[in-house]
Design a protein around this ligand. Structure first.
Ligand code: BGC
Length: 329
């Protein structure tokens, strides 16, 4: 089932829509504005459906949003230090939007209008990011697909091709709360990561790769998240299978995540200023969890980190899958 509804209009008169797909208990709504996931509904352990992502009521609120709620992030998710990098001996200067650094691509992908193709269980958004957009080289033909699998899981597939060598890091910025509200200190988390990448005062990695052993970053076995303000990149183990598990004992809802990206930003919304969300709900810090699969932050300037390089003519493809289920009492 696929349903399209009109949602709003951009200043240039272009229409913005919402697309809803539903399968095996999961209902996803997303927009061609920023590929924003506005709603993701799954049942709890008693079969009651509820929204597990933060959202706003109106298109206008998304236009004003400064926290990337539910959006696709590109060309480079997370930070590039000094808003610059060197590639093939050439210096590239990017849009600086967080002090002197670039966060989430600068102007980015999250407030652009994308082309759309829909199917019964999937939505594909496409756009061409022109050579020089935000300072990045190459015309980038990029697509983001949201598909609901037969098991009700959400599979996100990113594809891209560039006309000149460039760097690329795409993610989704959904804020999850598996109880549908309240704080997430009691959510339990497991991350298959032996290491994390520490950052300096402006959140740029120092370049070190440190062990999680004996630190607050040790999520190797499922445990409550607590109140520590997480905003850190984890180095995912190169293993097959479930890499991240998020479980809410209260509702019984669980997410099992797999990805082919080398890192994941765990962000518990510590910079999320208080605001009104969907249905008058009050959102703030420590009330949601972002699981942003990604290249390590500032990789274009950190030769020892896995390379985010996409060469001209090469085909980029990446998958992140969120499987939803419930744990009985
Ligand atoms: C970053 C945070 C940032 C937030 C913006 C996250 O991906 O890691 O540092 O404040 O996005 O909403």
């Amino acid at each position: 089932m696929m349903k399209q509804t009109e949602w709003g209009m951009l200043p240039d008169g272009k229409k913005v829509s919402l697309y809803t797909i539903k399968r095996n208990g999961t209902t996803l709504t997303a927009s061609n504005y920023g590929c924003i996931i506005t709603s993701l509904i799954v049942p709890d352990r008693h079969g009651n459906e509820g929204n597990i992502v933060f959202g706003y009521d109106s298109f206008e609120e998304y236009c004003k949003d400064d926290a990337y709620l539910g959006a696709a992030i590109g060309r480079y998710a997370n930070r590039i230090g000094g808003a610059a990098f060197l590639l093939n001996g050439m210096g590239y200067h990017l849009t600086a939007n967080e002090g002197k650094n670039t966060l989430h691509g600068g102007e980015g992908f999250h407030k652009r209008l994308w082309e759309v193709d829909t199917d019964e269980h999937s939505i594909i958004f496409r756009r061409i990011s022109p050579d020089g957009e935000d300072g990045f080289p190459g015309n980038l033909t990029v697509s983001v697909e949201y598909a609901i699998q037969a098991d009700g899981g959400l599979a996100i597939t990113y594809e891209a091709e560039t006309t000149r060598d460039t760097v690329l890091c795409l993610t989704n910025h959904s804020y999850f709360n598996l109880n549908g509200g309240g704080n997430i200190a009691d959510h339990q988390l497991r991350i298959a990561a032996e290491h994390y990448t520490p950052v300096d005062k402006s959140n740029i990695p120092t370049g070190e790769i440190l062990s999680v052993d004996g630190t607050e970053f040790d999520f190797r076995t499922l445990r409550p998240i607590g109140v520590y303000p997480f905003d850190h990149n984890f180095v995912l183990n190169k293993t097959q299978g479930i890499m991240v598990e998020l479980y809410a004992p209260k509702s019984g809802r669980r997410i099992a995540l797999t990805t082919d990206m080398p890192g994941m930003q765990l962000y518990t919304g510590c910079c999320l200023t208080p605001r009104k969300g969907r249905d008058g709900e009050q959102y703030g810090s420590g009330m949601s969890v972002c699981l942003e699969t990604q290249h390590f932050p500032d990789s274009p300037n950190k030769p020892r980190f896995p390379s985010p390089l996409l060469r001209a003519g090469e085909r980029f493809q990446s998958h992140t899958v969120f499987v939803f289920d419930v744990v009985e009492n």
